[in-house]
Design a protein around this ligand. Sequence first.
Ligand SMILES: C[S@@+](CC[C@H](N)C(=O)[O-])C[C@H]1O[C@@H](n2cnc3c(N)ncnc32)[C@H](O)[C@@H]1O
Length: 271
Amino acid sequence: MSAERVPRGIDPTRAHPARRYNYWLGGKDNFAVDRESAEILASAFPTIRLSALENRRFLQRAVRYLAAEAGIRQFLDIGAGLPSAGNVHEIAQGVAPESRVVYVDNDPIVLVHARALLNSSPEGATAYVDADLREPEKILGAPELAETLDLSRPTALILVATMHFITEEEDAYGLLGRLREVLAPGSHIVMTHATLDYLSPERGAEVTEADKKSGVTFQMRTTREFARFFEGLDLVEPGITSVVDWRPDVPPEQRPAVEDVSMLCAVARVP
Ligand SMILES: C[S@@+](CC[C@H](N)C(=O)[O-])C[C@H]1O[C@@H](n2cnc3c(N)ncnc32)[C@H](O)[C@@H]1O
């Protein structure tokens, strides 16, 4: 995207997670500052594009599992990102056309492109809420949410590659706890999260240094810290794994190395 044709409300001078991720996925909705930030990280972690693609593939397998095997028909996707191939409603409605999806993101560029997320099947529904994960009351109180989802019925809360933008000071665990409170029994939480656990301490230090220089606040978590998000929930098999190893649809020899992706995931059921 050229900086001369910047839609109102969009800051082309600061790197944004949605636009940087769009660059890694091969999209065009990003600015020079996002590409610079992306390349700083890629210099310390050269397989970052692969990591973004594998994260996205996990999201699609998880949504397919929820729709086809867990019987979920409602999805609340926070940190939805820019429209890409295989959006949540397309996967879910491909299995069950009556599926209903609410997308949430805090980035104005996602709002600009949200229409592409709203092309629901006639039997189902999609909606978009412009809100921040750090303001759960705004998300839960949004009229679009009440019009689209019935939270007294099982719902999948999706936080894929989103929680690592929330620091401990911003109370990541408390925010998830607030959202979890409103989920009916039988609901599911789907999460992925970047980690340094698969890297040597030296490589981990290089990635941390690059993160600090990249202009985007980022909070890596260990597997143990990630597991805290799921206390009191029932982890769906195979539990907490690398995104590449969660119900994979290709044989082991075709899967990337976990250290090249460095992304944890889990799907858990609310008892
Ligand atoms: C790496 S992208 C992931 C997109 C999508 N979930 C996926 O996995 O393909 C992270 C998204 O989270 C959004 N995000 C980051 N912090 C957020 C916050 N505090 N509230 C809402 N969205 C946030 C970003 O704008 C971006 O679209």
